[in-house]
Write a protein that binds this ligand. Sequence first.
Ligand SMILES: C[S@@+](CC[C@H](N)C(=O)[O-])C[C@H]1O[C@@H](n2cnc3c(N)ncnc32)[C@H](O)[C@@H]1O
Length: 201
Amino acid sequence: MGAMDAATRRLLAELAAHGQEHDAREGDHARRLLNLEPDTAQLVSILVANGRRTRLLELGTSNGLSAIWLAHAARPFGGRLISIERDAAKRAQAEVNLRRAGLLGGVELLLGDAAALLDTLVGPFDCVFFDADRRLYPEQLARLLPKLTPDCLLLADNVLSHPEEIAPYLAAIDALPDFAHVIVPTGKGLSVAYRGAPGNP
Ligand SMILES: C[S@@+](CC[C@H](N)C(=O)[O-])C[C@H]1O[C@@H](n2cnc3c(N)ncnc32)[C@H](O)[C@@H]1O
């Protein structure tokens, strides 16, 4: 991952503060930014960098805060991120923010419903971050399984904040025999599932 430069650090701090202020005054849940909490974002970026993930998929871009963390962590290995958002205004903000971070070149921002777009994705992906519509994760996971690399990291936020909504996803992960799975109680609770390539568990 390398040390994060001061400008990127400042941008992430600015975006984190903006997200909190915006969400505190925004009554419409759909318009909230709902950014990853800083510790969770840091953990996600460590996992991506440590695992040298290069083919990343994010469901739920919002205004791009987590996309900056993901793309920054993957950049030293030439990693690329595809991120999906259905809200055009948020996607537009994400583009601005990723450009400010100097990371837009490694990121493809798709506008649309993840349910509709998943089948258009070729893959393969070695890291998927689920951060959109929790009730749909099990179905999305099933559709993504054929598009995952053998060595693969699956992440999902909100395990502790929305336990009932995410329970079917956790059960689906636990039913996969080849994934190790742990819930990390950081921020809103991060599900971390990892499958090593055969011979490298
Ligand atoms: C929790 S926020 C994502 C936050 C972002 N990952 C971050 O940390 O900065 C969830 C986002 O997913 C989007 N979303 C929800 N359901 C979606 C769907 N089915 N397809 C695409 N985007 C969706 C919402 O508009 C919202 O912006």
